[in-house]
Design a protein around this ligand. Structure first.
Ligand SMILES: [Mg+2]
Length: 386
């Protein structure tokens, strides 16, 4: 590469909201289809490729954050993702670090890595760590349903080829009925089959989660009987002491961390032994630059890393690239039936015969946003294109 090509100016950064078919979240204040909880970001460069990223936040906040950050990124070198992202973090911490600004920097950072890949002709995974594997097992994330319906939903996704499943939120724990909780898990296990991997997510980061440590311990014992691979968000998201105790006593692995942002926030959770599995969200924590550091920190503490970027096709694409760039990743989260994942790219993700996903090895993130398809879920896709 010549000296001249080592600089590529950032000309503009634009975002668009995704709305119209936002999947249910199982939250107490349920997401409505017209709500925008995801935004896509495009970084435009001076004559170079456009890079794409994704942010798990209301698009109005993303648009405002881009305005605030604009003086810091305009004219910056798009070929230095880690440095430019760190510059944005360092110069904005006093305005609410960890919140909308950090979320938005995540999308910018992912897009910058996409650009660097496109310019160098290398996949992002190779750039951020190398290529440890060619494919990875996706687990199909599904909302909890009443037992009969839960069985049918899992059976449907099993028939589509998935071999790992996670069920979460919905009535679990919230109906204050331990028998119902167990019946839901039993129905899911029956439908998934003995050989499938099955995980359970209480979703205790929902508003007014009604339970504490004792419930979590009792429920963990029940989950063991159904061969559940991990128990996720079993406690309120700030209850670090209880998480430490739960991990110590639980017969099933304890997972969490999807609501934390910035690498610094993860440190006490890892150092104190609060998780067996940590699940940072690449579209919230600060992007690939930050996620990579969190995942490596987890590795040093003997904690498994599983990415949480399932919200859009670009989030999944970033998770797939990290799944190959890190030494010990065996799963990626994959939401069942979201048009924002399956319906906005030129080539949808496809499971292989064993229910695994190939990890793209094309330049950049390895997915192409399809303008016509995207137009179904946003008013005007133009800001994302040249
Ligand atoms: Mg979760």
């Amino acid at each position: 590469m010549t000296a001249a090509s080592q600089t590529l100016g950032i000309r503009a950064i634009r975002s668009v909201p995704l709305f119209g078919e936002s999947p249910k979240g199982g939250w107490s204040a349920e997401i409505k289809p017209e709500d925008t909880i995801h935004a896509l970001i495009a970084v435009h460069t001076d004559g170079g490729p456009i890079g794409y990223g994704s942010v798990f936040t209301d698009a109005r906040l993303v648009a405002a954050a881009l305005k605030v950050l604009e003086p810091l990124y305009l004219g910056e070198n798009a070929l230095e993702p880690a440095r430019v992202s760190e510059k944005l973090h360092q110069n904005s911490f006093w305005m609410g670090r960890g919140g909308s600004l950090t979320h938005t920097i995540s999308g910018i950072d992912i897009a910058l890595w996409d650009i660097l890949g496109k310019v160098t002709g290398m996949s992002v995974g190779r750039l951020v760590g190398g290529r440890h594997r060619e494919r990875v097992q996706p687990y199909c994330s599904l909302l909890m349903e009443e037992p009969g319906r839960m069985h049918d939903v899992i059976a449907d996704y099993r028939a589509r080829g998935f071999t790992a499943f996670k069920i979460g939120w919905g009535p679990f724990g919230r109906a204050m009925d331990a028998r119902l909780d167990e019946a839901i898990v039993a129905a899911a296990r029956r439908a998934a089959g003995d050989r499938a991997r099955l995980f359970v997510d209480a979703g205790a980061s929902d508003a007014y989660w009604p339970h504490g440590l004792k419930w979590a311990l009792r429920t963990a014992e029940m989950l063991k009987d159904h061969d559940v691979g991990w128990f996720e968000e079993a406690l309120k998201p700030d209850a670090i002491d209880d998480f430490v105790e739960l991990r110590r006593q639980s017969p099933v692995p304890i997972a969490g961390g999807e609501v934390l942002t910035r690498r610094q926030a993860f440190l006490p959770w890892l150092a104190r032994g609060a998780f067996d599995i940590v699940q940072p969200d690449v579209t919230k924590v600060g992007g690939l630059s930050e996620q990579r550091r969190i995942a490596w920190m987890a590795e040093e503490f003997g904690v498994r890393y599983v990415g949480h970027g399932w919200n859009t096709a670009l989030g999944v694409a970033a998770d797939l690239q990290l799944a190959t760039a890190l030494p010990n990743v065996d799963l990626v989260e994959f939401i069942g039936g979201s048009p924002y994942v399956d319906g906005i790219t030129a080539e949808p993700f496809r499971l292989d015969a064993e229910g695994w996903l190939q990890i793209p090895d094309r330049p950049g993130l390895g997915v192409d946003i399809d303008r016509d398809k995207l137009a179904r879920y946003t008013d005007d896709p133009a800001p994302l294109f040249a």
